[in-house]
Design a protein around this ligand. Sequence first.
Ligand code: SF4
Length: 290
Amino acid sequence: MEEYNGRKVQYMLCSDCNANCKHCYINFRGRKDSKIAKNELNLLKNKYDVRLNGAEILVNMEYLPLFKIVHQHYIMTNGMALYMDPSKITFLKENGINTVSLSCHFGIQSKISAVEIDIVRQVINMCNEKKVRVRLLTTLCKENVNNIEQIIETSIKLGVEGIKFTNLIKQGNALEDSSITPLDELDIIKALESIEKIRKKIDKTTLLIERCGSFGSGKLPSNFRCIAGDDLVVITPDNKVYPCVFLIQKEFQIGEFKNGRIILDKRWKNNGKLCLAKKICNEVNKLEMC
Ligand code: SF4
């Protein structure tokens, strides 16, 4: 057993959601009391770079003041809560949040999400009007991977600040859903090449184009390193600790959060060269724990 001494902590506030998307990787149930969260975050922030995550944080507005404690200026959302009550955008700003990271799954939105693409567009417009930046979070799978160029063109037209692509990881609801298919290694190599090619043509001030580590390293030279469990841990509301947000599952637990300390009692064999979640959830040859 040892105390975690890496850099990053993702603190999951709740599993509550207003959409129940079919591809959602969230695989825990529960919610943290906001007063307890406040105390715990005040301890954690002294030692770690802490980021707050949901599922859908905006269904519990009492969590918003916690963002200032950890100096987090963005919030991840499916947009529904902002669409239903646009005054929430003002509360975001009052709590130091200047960027909305908005789920927007071009080409597959109607298949997987209860939030219609038109609602997403309206939320983007509402945020633009109120001078809150928008960064799109877009899942890639076999059904939309060939449209990357078009997705980027549309994002620029929508006036968002950036887009981040994530690989579909078979976890949580995605385990049950057969309407979308994870990328194979060849798809990933092509997708990363395509993203890289477009990045060279488009200035970051026009659109910041990012990709999640969940694609792995691909074939391009990159500074990819999977930090799951080494430099990143995830704490769920029941104080269990996991190596990555995509690996919240009983078998993947690596420790516990007790008395303000993150204690690890297991590690995954991971040299950092591959995405641990992709390897475990999407590929046939599984990894083992140490
Ligand atoms: S397993 Fe590693 S590379 Fe994959 S999403 Fe998690 S932290 Fe990123």
